[in-house]
Design a protein around this ligand. Structure first.
Ligand code: NAD
Length: 258
């Protein structure tokens, strides 16, 4: 069980970096959960930080819902086009890269991500559980034929809105887990990872989206790295309110230099 974050109350940020490096080195099975906050340093706004441009034009909770997809697929796909455009221009940052390097050296066993921007994969992470899906492609809702995002974007570019299946003519649904959709099998695997790990690190998530927000409480102990407080801070082993890229690069350097 977590012993709370009393240890760190009075500690400096450098002490916290050292403590996290120790925790990771001392763990047998460390798993990471990331949210939109790990990608803000790559230029992709999150949902809940103040003034997040991309999402202020529309209500993302509605626009990324199954209702929006079914009732207004044209506007839904215009939003997807703009969102994927932002993702494609972004590059992985120090946080994505440090996680991938720590995984390559065996310190991190899995990355559970709520993100759909593909930056963990592009940074080189291997075991990625995408609990909210991804923007790599889509599937015909009638016959199940799959399509890469490239060809869907090409259709949108040519004014074929929404993109439709070239076999049966039915609308293609992107591989994103929309609000109102059930969670994918990756969430079952994520629950298993949370319960069998001995260190669970949440990075850049407000922990307000259920049921993913319950994952830390399924672990033996968890650490939170986030710029703003979360509802789960009080039971965390350690809370670091600093930028994800700064923290993870520093901690990775401390581990590799030891
Ligand atoms: P959220 O927007 O609710 O919370 C992000 C948190 O990250 C905030 O509390 C913020 O304080 C913190 N943060 C922002 N920049 C940070 C940084 N540099 N370092 C540390 N912390 C930082 O995001 P969520 O919890 O992931 O939930 C929102 C949902 O929206 C998720 O399903 C997510 O997948 C989706 N989403 C995804 C993307 C993406 O794929 N990049 C972007 C926006 C939203």
């Amino acid at each position: 069980m977590s012993r709370g974050n009393g240890w760190l109350g009075e500690r400096s940020v450098d002490d916290k970096f050292l403590r996290l490096a120790e925790l990771i080195k001392g763990s047998k099975r460390c798993v990471v959960l990331t949210g939109a906050g790990v990608s803000t340093e790559s230029g992709i706004p999150d949902f809940r930080s103040p003034g997040s441009g991309l999402w202020t034009k529309v209500d993302p909770m509605f626009m990324l819902s199954d209702t929006a997809f079914r009732t207004n697929p044209v506007d839904f796909y215009k939003f997807i086009r703009d969102m994927v455009g932002v993702f494609l221009e972004a590059e992985p940052n120090d946080c994505h890269r440090s996680i991938a390097e720590l995984e390559a050296e065996g310190y991190i066993k899995a990355v559970i991500t709520q993100n759909i921007d593909g930056l963990h994969r592009r940074a080189g992470s291997k075991r990625i559980l995408e609990v909210h899906g991804n923007t790599e492609g889509g599937r015909c809702i009638e016959c199940g034929k799959t399509f890469p995002m490239d060809s869907m974007l090409q259709d949108i570019q040519e004014g074929k809105l929404p993109p439709k299946c070239d076999e049966c003519g039915t609308v293609i649904k992107p591989n994103i887990v929309l609000f109102e959709d059930p969670l994918p099998f990756d969430f079952v695997l994520a629950r298993e990872e949370a319960s069998k790990c001995d260190l669970f690190i949440v990075i850049g998530s407000s922990l307000q989206v259920a049921p993913v927000c319950y994952l830390p409480t399924m672990s033996r102990r968890y650490v939170i790295i986030n710029l703003q407080p979360t509802p789960y801070d009080s039971n965390a082993e350690l809370v670091i309110c600093e930028k994800a890229g700064v923290v993870m690069k520093k901690v990775k350097d401390l581990i590799f230099s030891a």
